[in-house]
Design a protein around this ligand. Structure first.
Ligand SMILES: [Zn+2]
Length: 70
């Protein structure tokens, strides 16, 4: 299985190549991860940056974690 975020308003999907737990963690702690990003020089892992970008694009929309067969 592959997991990603989906926006229920736009129908847009972003597969992020991480497990369910990771994606739920990122969605629920988005503001903390953004803080960390601002104060670190090494930057975030790619999937985190992509996930945050998706959440930013769909601010105020219902974003859910989805799974699909790979
Ligand atoms: Zn959206």
């Amino acid at each position: 299985m592959r997991y990603g975020f989906a926006c229920e308003d736009c129908g847009e999907v972003r597969i992020l190549g991480q497990g369910l737990t990771h994606l739920r963690w990122l969605r629920d702690r988005e503001h903390i991860v953004r803080e960390v990003d601002e104060h670190t020089s090494s930057g975030l892992e790619t999937w985190m940056s992509e996930g945050l970008a998706f959440l930013a694009d769909h601010r105020g929309h219902p974003v859910v974690v989805i799974s699909e067969k790979s």
